[in-house]
Design a protein around this ligand. Structure first.
Ligand code: ADP
Ligand code: MG
Length: 360
């Protein structure tokens, strides 16, 4: 078990700065996910934790010990890669035993650890197979088995599910989460997939261009995104964003002619400003919820069974709404839309920073 502290860590490749000073405190037993678009620096940060890249500045502290000058072998960390990196000519058993053999672990202990990891991961019947005789999901589990046998202080995962098809990805998501619930090893997991991050993480770190945008639990990021970036990155279908001006009396006006009268429920921080309002698709209703958003033309109706996604035109503004009440819609319908004032997100248009409700 272990805590991990990342303190003002920076990384440059030559003149190119890619991580600009990152601080993260990871609790013992926590499952922390780094998420962000491709190229934002997730793998670089993970590789610095593992010791595969040098840190340009700052420190990485595992259980009160600064580790970022130590070689990877001495860090007591195991990493699982997207490509699995299994030895093709070795059996599952030998793949799993290899790192322990290198470390000079006694044979009996190796046997016991491999047996134990195989049981935890449901690999016992597959121990004598070679990687080529396994499915993608099974290979993924062997890669995890190799990490588990070492009983490390910390697990690192870099997009471990990217090579699997959609259905298997969902299944492996559950398996990894269940595994973590059982063995509780502190974990840092990298993905570009916000759904993966939402479903698996205790806490999520949203990264953008080498900086941290926000750290929080999945629901904190969903309910109170600190920035426009987080608001649009977390959630699928994405939050609707509408730019406009909020006057002193809480009347919002967009350039396309949309008017929303917030009145007294407009946050004080949002008055007299160029702002962006954010509305999650499920927070827009065709029933009266109290705050009128305007009249919309339904353009496309996409039922999935449990819910229906509607694409609509709201005074020249293209928006999505999600209906979970099994209402009947047709393309061409005209509907009055409304929302609950406390469900609306407000952001400063220039800085992208959240403008909190007066109650927040
Ligand atoms: P992510 O994993 O979030 O997709 P990476 O950490 O792989 O992003 O990359 C972050 C940035 O650092 C990218 O702009 C990438 O091109 C750059 N980068 C990564 N590795 C190297 C390297 N060895 N040399 C130069 N630039 C690199
Ligand atoms: Mg990467």
């Amino acid at each position: 078990m272990a805590t991990l502290k990342i303190k003002d860590v920076k990384k440059a490749f030559g003149h190119v700065k890619v991580i600009h000073g990152v601080d993260i405190d990871i609790e013992d037993g926590e499952f922390l996910i780094l998420v962000g678009p491709s190229g934002c620096g997730k793998s670089t940060l993970l590789r610095m934790i593992a010791g595969l890249e040098e840190t340009t500045a700052g420190s990485i502290i595992l259980d009160d010990k600064i580790i970022n000058k130590l070689p990877p072998r001495e860090r007591d960390i195991a990493m699982v890669f997207q490509s699995y990196a299994l030895y093709p000519h070795k059996t599952v058993r030998k793949n799993m035993a290899f790192s322990l053999q290198l470390a000079g672990t006694p044979k009996q202990e190796i046997e016991a650890n491999v047996q134990n990891a195989a049981e935890v991961l449901d690999l016992t019947p597959l121990l004598e197979r070679k990687p080529s005789q396994l499915s993608g999901g099974q290979r993924q589990r062997v890669a995890m088995g190799r990490a588990i046998v070492r009983n490390p202080k910390l697990f690192l995962f870099d997009e471990p599910l990217s090579n699997l098809d959609a259905k298997l990805r969902v299944q492996m998501r559950t398996e990894i989460k269940e595994l973590h619930q059982r063995i509780k090893t502190t974990t840092v997991y990298v993905t570009h997939d916000q759904v993966e991050a939402m479903t698996m993480a205790d806490r999520i770190v949203v990264m953008n261009d080498g900086n941290i945008e926000q750290i929080g639990t999945p629901m904190e990021l969903y309910d109170t995104p600190d920035t426009l970036f987080v608001a649009s990155f977390i959630g699928s279908p994405a939050m609707n964003l509408i730019e406009g001006h909020m006057n002193a009396s809480g009347s919002f006006h967009s350039p396309t002619g949309l008017d929303i009268q917030f009145g007294g429920v407009a946050p004080k921080a949002a008055l007299n400003k160029e702002i962006t309002i954010g509305l999650r698709p499920e927070n827009i209703s065709t029933q009266d919820e109290g705050l009128s958003v305007g009249e919309a033309h339904i353009r496309v109706v996409e039922p999935t069974g449990s819910e229906t996604l509607l694409s609509a035109d709201l005074k020249g503004q293209s928006i999505y709404l999600l209906d979970r009440n099994r209402q009947t819609f047709s393309a061409g319908d005209i509907r009055q839309l409304s929302t609950i004032a406390s469900d609306v997100h407000f952001f400063d248009k220039a800085s992208g920073k959240r403008l909190p409700h007066d109650t927040e």
